[in-house]
Design a protein around this ligand. Structure first.
Ligand code: 1VU
Length: 293
């Protein structure tokens, strides 16, 4: 055999094709927003000639023309995502959608999300995932601001697969809310969790900011020694993520053959300032949720 495509198996060829595809959908309309897209998303072939798509902001069905959407909006009776409302505090609500029970909604969400996610492959098998949809609610309905997905059963202790804040809502603290929520679910499951890798640049800064804030808040308040294991038990953050966060802040020293956390209050305050704003808080008392069985 000569070198070339013959050497690639079908799966890697498909992945290569996926990766080299160019972005066709340039903008989407969603609720009151027109949003420029960031990346390619594998919409069904009949949408190949579209540069703009019109989404129903509630059921996430997408259409080629504005008039189709207008007609759809007159008959679509959803005013919030399908599934269970598992959190409500003031105008913020979180809905849990089972990918198996609401397959079309979950697939639509994946198509939409891929427009802003640079991952090479998308999970088509939505059955295996739960989707947590964060909404801002008003008299017109519950408007999605972002979401995260989570495997129903993760061998690798992932507590979050994909996370997205829609561009018009970014940089307002919703991302950190979603991250905090994913750890609150893990705490209720009595497990530690970690986000699926790879993380995007924005994903990494958001996680690093969240981890730093949570861990340093504890270190500031805590009197006496504390171990990584104890920090992990308190926060549901995986030990490796705690270690890498504290190491990157140079808070870990090696003394007498042991790793120790150095928590000089002045140093902690300096790092906390640099970690950015706290984001929107999750009020745990407003969560109504039991782990998936
Ligand atoms: O606002 P702060 O400074 O307090 O905190 C921000 C800031 O540190 C950083 N950040 C940014 N820094 C520089 N330039 C930016 N444009 C920027 N945006 C955020 O992240 C901190 C978190 O801010 P936030 O709580 O307001 O978070 P967002 O609501 O903006 O959401 C963050 C995500 C990552 C969800 C958002 O940027 C997004 O949806 N990006 C596109 C999709 C993506 O990359 N998702 C992560 C892929 S990795 C994955 O899914 C596997 C787990």
């Amino acid at each position: 055999h000569v070198e070339g495509h013959e050497e690639l198996d079908a799966a890697s060829l498909r992945e290569h094709e996926e990766f080299t595809k160019v972005k066709n959908i340039a903008t989407i309309e969603l609720g009151k927003y027109e949003i420029e897209t960031w990346y390619f998303s594998p919409f069904p072939p009949e949408y190949n000639d579209c540069v703009k798509l019109f989404f129903c902001e509630f059921c996430l069905n997408f259409m080629k023309r504005k008039e189709q959407l207008q007609r759809h909006m007159r008959k679509c009776d959803l005013k919030h995502p399908p599934g269970d409302e598992i959190y409500r505090s003031s105008t913020l609500s979180m809905f849990e959608v089972d990918g198996k029970k609401n397959k079309v909604y979950a697939q639509n969400l994946c198509y939409l999300a891929k427009l802003f996610l640079d991952h090479k492959t998308l999970y088509y098998d939505v059955d295996l995932f739960l989707f947590y949809i964060l909404c801002e609610c008003d008299e017109r309905g519950c408007h999605m601001v972002g979401y995260f997905s989570k495997e129903k059963h993760s061998e690798e202790a992932y507590n979050l697969a994909c996370i997205l804040t829609l561009p018009p809502y970014q940089r307002k603290g919703y991302g950190k809310f979603l991250i905090a929520f994913s750890y609150e679910l893990s705490k209720k499951e009595g497990k530690v969790g970690t986000p699926e890798r790879p993380l995007s640049d924005l994903g990494l800064v958001s996680y690093r900011g969240y981890w730093t804030r949570i861990l340093l808040d504890i270190l500031k308040k805590h009197k006496g020694n504390i171990s990584i294991k104890e920090l992990s038990d308190m926060t549901a953050i995986k030990a490796e993520d705690i270690l890498s966060t504290l190491q990157s802040l140079e808070l870990i020293q090696y003394r007498k053959g042991q790793h120790v956390i150095c928590a000089d209050p002045k140093v902690l305050d300096r790092h906390l300032k640099a970690a950015g704003r706290g984001g929107l808080d999750v009020d745990v008392s407003k969560m109504i949720w039991t782990p998936y069985k």
